[in-house]
Design a protein around this ligand. Structure first.
Ligand SMILES: NC(=O)c1ccc[n+]([C@@H]2O[C@H](COP(=O)([O-])OP(=O)(O)OC[C@H]3O[C@@H](n4cnc5c(N)ncnc54)[C@H](O)[C@@H]3O)[C@@H](O)[C@H]2O)c1
Length: 271
C-alpha cells in the first residue's frame, strides 16, 4: 500500500547488491511512496549487474561510488543533484563489510589492516558522506540520513567480531554528526538497528542460520524482515518524523528489550 509519504522527495540509496539487500527493498518502497532517487554502489559490485534491474524498475540512474573515496562521494552528490534536479531529502547508508569476517578470523586475532578496511568501508564512509554533503550544502532542511546497524554495538555477539566495534563507531558518528548537521542545517541523522536478515552480508557471518533462529525465538514479534525494515526507513525519510534525530532505533520485533523468551528457555529445561 502506498501513502505518498515521499512524494516530491529526492534521495540517494546506497548498498543495493541484489534482491535480498535491505537497500533493494528500501528502493522499491521509496519508489512506491513517490520518491525519485539515484542508486549507488561500489564499482566492483556493479559487475554483478543486478542493480540495473532495480534501476529500471524504479526509473533511477546508477552512479557508482566507492564509499571510502571522498572524491567519488563528491561526484556522487554533485551528479545526484543534477540528475534529480535539486537538493537531496534523504540518504540511505546501507554499507557493511568486514574482511576479518570474510576470512573467518577470530576476534582476538583480528588482522589490523583488515580491521582498518572494515572501519573505512562500514563506519567512516558515513562520516565522509555527511562531510561531503555538508560542505556542498547538498541536503535540504529536515532532510533525513539513515544508516543500518546491528545490536552487537551494545552487547557482545562473539561471531560478529570486529564489526561490533565498527557498528559502535557508526552509531557514534550518527550522534556526533547529527548534532552539528542538526544545529547548522536541521539535517537529521539516525541509525536503524535491524534484526538478523538473510542477505549477502548477513549470511556471510559464521553461524548466522543458528543465530537467526535464536533471535526469532527470543523476539516477541519474531525477526523483522528486510521489507519491514524498508517500511521503517520510509517513515524516517518522511516528514512524519521531523523531530527524530541522533537516535539508534531498534527495529527487531522487541528482541533488544527481551531477556529471555519462554520458547528459548524451554530448550534448556530439565523437566
Ligand atoms: N543482514 C543482516 O543481518 C543485518 C542486520 C543488521 C544490520 N545490517 C546492515 O545492513 C546494511 C546492508 O547490508 P545487507 O544485509 O543488506 O547486505 P548486502 O550485502 O546486500 O549489502 C551490503 C552492501 O555494502 C556494499 N559495499 C561494500 N563495500 C562498499 C564500498 N566500499 N562502497 C560502497 N558500497 C559498498 C556492498 O556492495 C553491498 O551492496 C549493512 O550496514 C549491514 O551491516 C544487516
Amino acid at each position: 500500500m502506498s501513502y505518498n509519504l515521499l512524494k516530491g522527495k529526492r534521495g540517494i540509496i546506497t548498498g543495493a547488491l541484489d534482491a535480498n539487500s535491505i537497500a533493494w527493498k528500501v528502493a522499491e518502497r521509496a519508489h512506491e511512496e513517490g520518491a525519485t532517487f539515484v542508486l549507488t554502489n561500489a564499482p566492483v559490485a556493479m559487475r554483478m549487474g543486478e542493480i540495473k534491474v532495480l534501476a529500471e524498475k524504479t526509473n533511477s540512474e546508477i552512479i557508482p561510488a566507492d564509499a571510502t573515496s571522498v572524491e567519488e562521494l563528491t561526484t556522487l552528490f554533485t551528479k545526484s543533484q543534477e540528475v534529480l534536479g535539486g537538493k537531496i531529502d534523504f540518504v540511505l547508508h546501507s554499507i557493511g563489510m568486514s574482511v576479518n569476517i570474510r576470512k573467518n578470523i577470530p576476534y582476538t586475532e583480528s588482522n589490523y589492516d583488515y580491521f582498518m578496511k572494515g572501519i573505512d568501508v562500514s563506519a567512516m564512509s558515513l562520516h565522509k558522506m555527511l562531510s561531503v554533503a555538508k560542505k556542498m550544502d547538498a541536503i535540504n532542511e529536515y532532510g533525513s540520513v539513515v544508516a543500518l546497524t546491528y545490536m552487537a554495538a551494545q552487547r557482545t555477539y562473539p561471531f560478529y567480531t570486529d564489526m561490533a566495534d565498527i557498528k559502535a563507531m557508526l552509531e557514534s558518528i550518527a550522534r556526533s554528526f547529527g548534532y552539528h548537521y542538526g544545529k547548522d542545517k536541521k539535517v537529521r541523522i539516525n541509525t536503524v538497528s535491524q534484526s538478523p536478515t538473510k542477505t549477502t552480508a548477513g549470511t556471510g557471518i559464521k553461524g548466522f542460520g543458528d543465530f537467526y533462529n535464536f533471535a526469532d525465538s527470543v523476539a516477541p514479534l519474531g525477526n523483522a524482515s528486510a521489507d519491514q525494515c524498508a517500511d521503517y526507513c520510509i517513515t524516517l525519510f518522511s516528514d512524519l518524523t521531523r523531530m527524530v534525530t541522533m537516535q539508534n532505533l531498534f527495529h527487531d520485533g522487541g528482541y533488544s528489550s527481551t531477556g529471555v523468551s519462554l520458547e528459548a528457555m524451554s530448550k534448556f529445561g530439565d523437566e
